[in-house]
Design a protein around this ligand. Structure first.
Ligand SMILES: NC(=O)c1ccc[n+]([C@@H]2O[C@H](COP(=O)([O-])OP(=O)(O)OC[C@H]3O[C@@H](n4cnc5c(N)ncnc54)[C@H](OP(=O)(O)O)[C@@H]3O)[C@@H](O)[C@H]2O)c1
Length: 197
């Protein structure tokens, strides 16, 4: 069976990705606190050790990573570093190290977010991280000729808005984002940014 690794499988979006891949894929789950492998994707040594153990795989989806939410006055320089190290470099680690172990034709799908193109107050760090990661995806796609790499850019999941105590009427059900990750790893395009319509 085709093997798919999901980093962030217990999250709002990752849990839906897991739901729709199970049955069709042999799913390997990775998180910091639970799953088949427990690690912080910012830790490149732990990431390398995990791939050595897993061996070949066909798809890698990352729905994980931290970035600070807060106003410019609430951002320290360290806050930027923390987000870059986690959401940006964590996902870059997964691709850069994972590609050495991936089967020919493997697909990678990482998570960015709407703040890359549509800034809002409070989203300074995450917008910067998302835009940087999208540039990485486009650049890597040019050179990863026997694999595909794409990004999914969620807007705001209904479930996340509910968790935050917000009015969720404009939210997109997480399952709609999950379908985009499946589409991204299956349709053979590379260097694309997928948005929920
Ligand atoms: N939800 C939204 O509305 C929304 C909107 C725009 C963009 N996004 C992006 O989409 C992705 C998924 O969002 P989400 O809301 O589903 O996240 P979430 O509910 O917070 O879940 C995050 C998942 O990733 C794991 N994780 C977090 N940091 C990790 C790390 N450093 N190493 C390994 N695993 C880690 C968590 O498990 P552990 O805690 O056990 O590690 C959890 O399974 C994120 O990159 C987020 O920025 C989400």
């Amino acid at each position: 069976m085709t093997k798919a690794i999901i980093v962030g499988s217990t999250g709002v979006i990752g849990s839906k990705v897991k739901e729709i891949l199970e049955g069709q894929y042999e799913v390997v789950t990775v998180n910091r606190n639970s799953g088949d492998y427990k690690l912080d994707m910012a830790d490149s040594t732990a990431v390398e050790n995990m791939f050595k153990e897993i061996g070949g795989f066909d798809a890698l989806i990352t729905t994980s990573g931290y970035g600070k939410w807060g106003s410019i006055d609430e951002h320290s320089i360290q806050d930027f570093h923390d987000g870059l190290n986690s959401k940006l470099m964590g996902q870059v680690n997964m691709v850069m190290i994972g590609r050495k172990y991936a089967n020919t034709g493997a697909s990678f799908a990482v998570s960015t977010g709407i703040l890359a193109q549509h800034p809002v107050e409070g989203g300074l760090s995450l917008g910067m991280i998302n835009a940087g990661l999208e540039a990485f995806v486009r650049g890597a796609a040019l050179e990863m000729k026997d694999m595909t790499i794409n990004a999914i850019s969620p807007s705001f999941a209904k479930e996340t808005m509910e968790l935050m105590g917000m009015d969720s009427s404009a939210g997109v059900p997480a399952i709609e984002f999950a379908k985009l990750y499946k589409q991204a790893i299956e349709e053979g395009k590379s260097g694309e940014i997928y948005y929920a319509s």
